[in-house]
Design a protein around this ligand. Sequence first.
Ligand code: SF4
Length: 68
Amino acid sequence: MTVMNSQIQVARRNCANFDNGNCLGCMFQRKDSKLLMRLDSKYVDKPCVVDKGCTYFDKIVKKGIICT
Ligand code: SF4
């Protein structure tokens, strides 16, 4: 992924998990009319992987972006 195509700045501005380049790993999911939150050890305190593929970014964060 080239710098121009990188989604890292979009994640920095819009993803609540983005913490100085690392991910907090706090994932939300709706199940049986309940909102669940869990810490995903694959992401917690690790560098943001948005450019390698992040399901949370694609399914939750991007849908909430009105304009960038
Ligand atoms: S890895 Fe995904 S959830 Fe974590 S900060 Fe990056 S875009 Fe957000």
